[in-house]
Every structure is written in C-alpha cells, then in structure tokens.
Design a protein around this ligand. Sequence first.
Ligand SMILES: *Cc1c(COP(=O)(O)O)cnc(C)c1O
Length: 384
Amino acid sequence: MAQIWKGVVREYADFMPEHILRDVVTLGEGGNALIAAPAVGAMLKEITGVNAKVFIKFEGRNPTGSFKDRGMTSAMSAAKGKGAKVVVCASTGNTSASAAAYATAAGILPAVLVPDGKIAMGKLAQAIAHGAKLLQVNGNFDDCLVLARKLAENYDVELVNSVNPDRIQGQKTAAFEVVDELGDAPTIHALPVGNAGNITAYWKGYREYYTANCSSTLPFMWGFQAEGAAPIVLGHEVDNPETIATAIRIGKPASWEQAVAARDESNGVIEAVSDAQILEAHRILSAEVGVFVEPASAAGLAGILKKARTGTFTPDLSPSLDKGEPMNIVITCTGHGLKDPEWALNDINGNSKGSEVEPVKVQNDLSAVASILRLPAPMTERDL
Ligand SMILES: *Cc1c(COP(=O)(O)O)cnc(C)c1O
C-alpha cells in the first residue's frame, strides 16, 4: 500500500517537542524529493574541474509555495494547542502567505504586518485570499518585526515569525529529508539568508540527525545574502537594505547569531551575491534545470557559481574526493517563481525583455508553424 505523507510534524514526530504534537495543524507540507541538476554539475566541472552531483531542494513545492510552510505547521500546531485565537507576523510576503493559510486551517485569525511598498503581488494575494487582517506599516520590515514582537508581548497574541522557536522545529525537517534521501548529509548545503531562520533550522536539523546516528557527516553550510542586504557579511546592520530579492531584503536578521554559529561550527561561509548574479542563477534554474523560483531563491546557486568563478570552490572541500567520488551539493530554492513572476519577463531594471518574451506571430497554418519551429518535413511528404 502506498504511504501517504502526513506532513512534517507527524512524519518527524520523534524529533518534535511534545507541545507541538498535541493539536497538529498541517496542509501536507514537506516530503519533496530532491531534483537532480546535472546542468549545474556540468557548469561546476567546467569552471573548477570538481566533480559534483548537484541537487535542488525545491521548497516551492510546499502548499503555499515556500519553505515557510514547514515552520508554520509547527508554530500553528503549538498556537492551537495553547488555544490561541490570534496570531501575528511581520512579513515581506511568504511568511504572511503561509501564516494566513495555516491559521485558516487552524481556525485562528492571522494578523499580518507588512512594510510600505515592494511586496510581490502573488504573496499579498495569498494572504488576502486566506483571510488575513493585513496592516501596512509605514516603516521597513525590521520595524514591522519589532511591532509584531511587542504586540505578542503585550497582548494575548502568538508571534509566528521565525524568532518563534517552534518555527525552527518544523523547518529543520528539510535537513532530515535531505539525509533520508541521500543516505547521509551532503558535502555542501547552500541557501539564501535573510532573517537567517532557515540556515539556523537546517544546521539544527543536520546536527540532530548526526547526534541520533541518522547521518555520519555534517555539511558545510554556505549561506548567501544579497549585496545590498548583507549585514552578516558586512558585520553591521544595514539601515536601508536594497535588492530585487525581496524575501531576503533584510538589514537586521532576527537569527543573526545562530546564522554565524551555523557558519562557524560547519566551517562554512556567509557571503554576498549581486542582483545580477541572482538573476543569472534564476535564469539557469528555470531554463536549464526546470525549476522556476522567485529571485531570492536563486541566491544559493548564485553563490555557488560565484565561488566557483573566484576560485574559492576547491576540491579539498571534501575528503571523499580523494577517492574520485563526486561530492553531493544540495541547494535550497526557497520559494516558487509564480510568487514574483515578473522576473521571467523583465530585466534587472524592470524593463520588458522585449523580443525574448514577445510571442512570434504566425498564420493559422500547420506548415507555417512547423517551419518556424524548424521541424523537418514529415515522412510522407519527404518521401514524395
Ligand atoms: C523567508 C525566505 C527567505 C529567507 O529565509 P530566512 O529564514 O529569513 O533566512 C528566502 N527565500 C524565500 C523565498 C523566503 O520566503
């Protein structure tokens, strides 16, 4: 009989604190198989000579289209278990979309604080569709988070941002899934870093599995911020973060210290990538791998390629390479391309890519269509 996936909290119940298991709220998140990206492996081989098997952990396959659903099932389960009637989050988009969906499933009112301007339409539409009480604050994301925290401190309201430790419990399951599928941890795990909850969660997951003897190694954690929003790289807060990758446009990461710990304990890196590099990786993912992501989600691949090109991606990263075995690289792509589809159609300045996206006009005629597609003539005609 086929096994039906029960959502990450129930699937990994052995690794969940008891208070999350009392009243589980799930939309069936997680359980998404790795996607092989041989095109990326070939690029790395060509640039560096290193043999690598590259896999995409495509979190756009979750119910609301981002990895946030993993943390929301655990946070909302805890909130429901406590009898909460209202949850709040500050969000540039995906957290609010996820919180709204899971609150709806739990019968709880979601309140969402969003910053002025620059919110991807797809995400806002999700929050509204799921019945969130949307409050646009005249401030940036960081101001929204401060306000949400104060609301939760002073009123009977649960905060479901990633500073809520229950979020991390669900999010860490992505690392479990990677190990379950590969049979061990990969050599490198690369991902975007915004508020830094996800890198914190992956590192926690990898360590827990290692401690439980479910894996024999730990990965190097490679986190990538956008150049205009790279506080961890710079070592100081960024007052006006700027990047096209809205999901990582964050100047004061809530889980800053934990991200630095994940980097240092894993002998990893947290580096910056430019918007142009992010868009290049975005295009490679959609046009050469088959995975359509939102810009922030491409930061992990952008970072890997940048390191390859600058010579800081070397074979001695993995002792197994001595035996000539390829190393495994997992890149988390955090959210779906339909969230922010303009980047498939527009260039970095927001202008249409023109001829590339304009359909070719063609007569309603079979041979005209075939000719534009440069198809060889069918057998019967050729034989004549
Ligand atoms: C939230 C989010 C991020 C950033 O994750 P953090 O845990 O804040 O570092 C990156 N990409 C997408 C699509 C997101 O929704």
